[in-house]
Design a protein around this ligand. Structure first.
Ligand code: ATP
Ligand code: MG
Length: 226
């Protein structure tokens, strides 16, 4: 599903020296894997996710998602493809404060060509129930804890039935217990839907939730465990 072939990414910042964020990286991820990526701050984890999503282009090498070089597509096609295929979860929950849980989960259906109306609403409610928020359907983000907000984000990421879930440190802002609850939720969703997951974390304790662990250092994979 994902294929990176000798991929490097150099950021050049004006007036500053350039940074080699990803270094000649080659890896494949098969459909249905749950890959956990760890590594120190600055090791290139977020850059790797951005490359996979086509949000940034490789300085050299090739990044394929289902055989497509996403970053080469026109902007509109890129957005449509991401909206349809990829669910995103970031470190800090990014919900619209003026919308309820259900409305936030419905947001991805406003774009693209997926099912609309009542069926979407039913699905949003079903997903919020699945992430354990049956009693928070009409709550606004400010009425939710950080972990609950992250659950809404996860439900939103699943709304369009993505084939790929990209999560960048989704639990690092949470306490240890909540962190494990959210990871268990990812594991359940993965088992239930078979969605391919790429999840970045700082915490070595969480490595066991995936089906494969990749460690990064200095923009390269240092250790493959499977
Ligand atoms: N947009 C950018 N412009 C310039 N340099 C960047 C940019 N994004 C990342 N970098 C640099 O690339 C390197 C890798 O950054 P990246 O964000 O991928 O690391 P990371 O492993 O996700 O770190 P963290 O764990 O702190 O999130 C770092 O040295 C960073 O400073
Ligand atoms: Mg990062």
């Amino acid at each position: 599903m994902i294929s990176l072939q000798n991929v490097s990414k150099t950021y050049s910042v004006r007036g500053d020296s350039s940074v080699l964020a990803v270094r000649n990286l080659t890896m494949q991820v098969e459909k249905g894997e749950f890959v956990i990526i760890t590594g120190r701050s600055g090791s290139g984890k977020t850059t790797l996710l951005s490359l996979v999503a086509g949000l940034t282009w490789p300085t050299s090498g090739q990044v394929l998602l289902d055989g497509i070089e996403v970053w080469r597509l026109a902007d509109k096609e890129q957005s449509l493809l991401r909206n349809k295929k990829i669910g995103f979860v970031f470190q800090f929950p990014s919900l619209l404060p003026t919308l309820t849980s259900v409305e936030n989960v419905l947001l991805p259906t406003m774009f693209g060509d997926k099912v609309k109306g009542d069926r979407s609403r039913d699905r949003a409610v079903m997903l919020l129930e699945q992430v354990g928020l049956n009693d928070k359907l009409r709550s606004y983000p400010r009425q939710l804890s950080g972990g609950q907000q992250q659950r809404v984000v996860i439900a939103r990421a699943l709304m369009n039935e993505p084939q790929l879930l990209l999560a960048d440190e989704p639990t690092s802002d949470l306490d240890e217990l909540t962190e494990h609850e959210i990871m268990a939720l990812f594991r359940n969703i993965h088992a239930l839907t078979g969605v391919t997951v790429l999840l970045v974390t700082h915490s070595n304790d969480l490595a066991g939730y995936g089906t494969r662990l990749i460690r990064m250092a200095g923009g390269a994979i240092t250790d493959l465990d499977d």
